[in-house]
Design a protein around this ligand. Sequence first.
Ligand SMILES: [Ca+2]
Length: 182
Amino acid sequence: METRSGETLKARYTAKAAAMLATVAAAGMLAAPSAQAQTYQQKSAPQNCVIVIDKAGKVKSQRCSSDPAELEAISAASTPIIQLFDLPHFGGVATIIRGEGNVGGGDGCDYAGYRISHLGSWVNRTSSFITRHGCNAVNLHNLPNYGDHGHGFRNPGAATISVPVMPAGFDNNVESIALWRM
Ligand SMILES: [Ca+2]
């Protein structure tokens, strides 16, 4: 059974690939080679993400794109509170989580702070991070809704916390985050 459905799937993919090749070939006749190369580069460019949350932790909007202008478009009227990177030492693609509104006159985190109960598409991906705008206390958790093991970072009075390498048990293993000003 499995083999048969696998074969069917393979046949479908082959047919689909042939159709796509035909499309590409047709496009190639119309477009200059340089334009084609550019299109391919854009499609394969790494995508950064923006997630905007409100004070209740609800996700108001999120988008991933290789085009900074597209990410800027959903970033209006919000303040960056934490930037999560795919690789250690702030490398690779990143997700910026922004707090909705001009909290604390633009200072970002206040004493109540923000809670992100589930990181969505960015779950279990963070390998380094930087907080912004006065978010100087952070709790990371291995599970959604602040569950399982937690790890706290505190930097009283500072504007930011910068963690280039995740603590043991938290690399690619963060699913929810709480952060605030202390
Ligand atoms: Ca990672």
